[in-house]
Design a protein around this ligand. Sequence first.
Ligand SMILES: Nc1ncnc2c1ncn2[C@@H]1O[C@H](COP(=O)(O)OP(=O)(O)OP(=O)(O)O)[C@@H](O)[C@H]1O
Ligand SMILES: O=P(O)(O)OC[C@H]1O[C@](O)(CO)[C@@H](O)[C@@H]1O
Ligand SMILES: [Mg+2]
Length: 442
Amino acid sequence: MTPGTADLTVRTLGECRIDSPLVALPADGPTTEHYVREDDRVLFDDTLQMVAARGLDSGELPGFEPTGPRRKIFFQPSKTRVGIVTCGGLCPGLNDVIRGLVRELNDHYGVKKIYGFRNGYQGFISKYGREVVELTPQSVSGINEYGGTILGTSRGEQDADEIVDCLEHMSINVLFVIGGDGSMRGALRIADTVQERNLKIAVVGVPKTIDNDIPYIDQSFGFQTAFAKATESIRGASVEARAVPNGVGLVHVMGRHSGFIACYAALANNDADYVLIPEVPFELDGENGFLAHLRRRVERRGRAVVVAAEGAGQEFLADATHPGHDASGNRRLRDIGQFLRHRIADHFAEHGLEMNMKYIDPSYAIRSVPANPYDSVHCIRLAHAAVHAAMAGRTAMVVGRWRGRFVHVPISLAISKRNQVDPHGDLWMSVLEATGQPRTFG
Ligand SMILES: Nc1ncnc2c1ncn2[C@@H]1O[C@H](COP(=O)(O)OP(=O)(O)OP(=O)(O)O)[C@@H](O)[C@H]1O
Ligand SMILES: O=P(O)(O)OC[C@H]1O[C@](O)(CO)[C@@H](O)[C@@H]1O
Ligand SMILES: [Mg+2]
């Protein structure tokens, strides 16, 4: 269902009565294509068709709150105590966001009490014995040069009541959660528990995912760095495949349920002949199946490069022992890379054809690197936006970019579905154009 105004409305802790120390910045900002006033909205729809389908007057069209400093804020900066936590898998730019939050809070709002909770949501639960670290501009200096997160991370569900007990005990007023869809589900539970207890604690998320699977956000931070890194493997596979008779380069990249990394990395150097993603099922066998298609292409051109996202073709592995779930309840996937590697080799052997396979799985190497300059810029802007939102008492929301503008997105909306490659959309069409692979196999 297309979201309406109620779905886009962000929760607030109460009226903003305190003058923002950044008052000069938003003072008389005119509404331009780059800047919108507090009472303005960034429209949800961006085509005439979408607007017409609403059948609404222009003033009633749904839109997101723009990010940015408010003239009046909710929290008194000198008394504000802030917590920061990073959860879920690694992603380039986590340290950039931590540093951006600390610098903005300290330098512009004068917030001095900033605490880092270690190893994700475990950091709030006493039985894990994780130390809480004080974060200062000095302690976060230069951390953006490194991959990973200085706070550490974890998977595994923790009780929201216990987390809020900890926040209360430490008199935390603002909690920033940097994490993926699971982390945001956890953040919403925390915000709901805070509300049930009638507390005034803002919970603001900065969505993190190399898979780019969080919806209502143009692109998540770290994604660009991750797919750029994956292109190196595709280039390597391509060079190797060219150097040998009937070379097949097979690259297996991350992407649990969404094939964005595979699509973007493949498009970036335009060397791939086939891209296999979870969103587009394919047949392996038969004259029009993937294997026969690949064989004919290798026979014709002497080589081919295949890029497979980890979530692709899981149905072929249904008979294998189920690898279970991770600590957070995410289904572990079976290894489609190794499966294809063997099936391709068998298929060529059955047809009596020589084939030289070069298999590359860059695995964690694409997400453990520092952010590239584009992602670093994205991270710092998200961090600034998150601080402005939290200081103005916004809660149960994440910051993101929608159609090029930075906006506040209610967490409920950000976890309402998964962002996936649309098999009928223009991205997949570009992949089909670039690779020359058929729309369907089989
Ligand atoms: N439905 C949920 N309710 C409460 N907490 C949750 C929920 N799902 C996940 N979490 C918690 O959020 C944290 C991170 O979740 P998860 O491991 O799924 O990673 P993620 O944030 O989705 O990131 P990514 O998928 O990119 O690695 C874990 O501590 C997990 O227990
Ligand atoms: O091995 P881990 O740390 O659980 O993470 C693996 C998963 O994390 C992601 O990188 C991000 O969700 C997925 O693409 C991948 O399946
Ligand atoms: Mg997740």
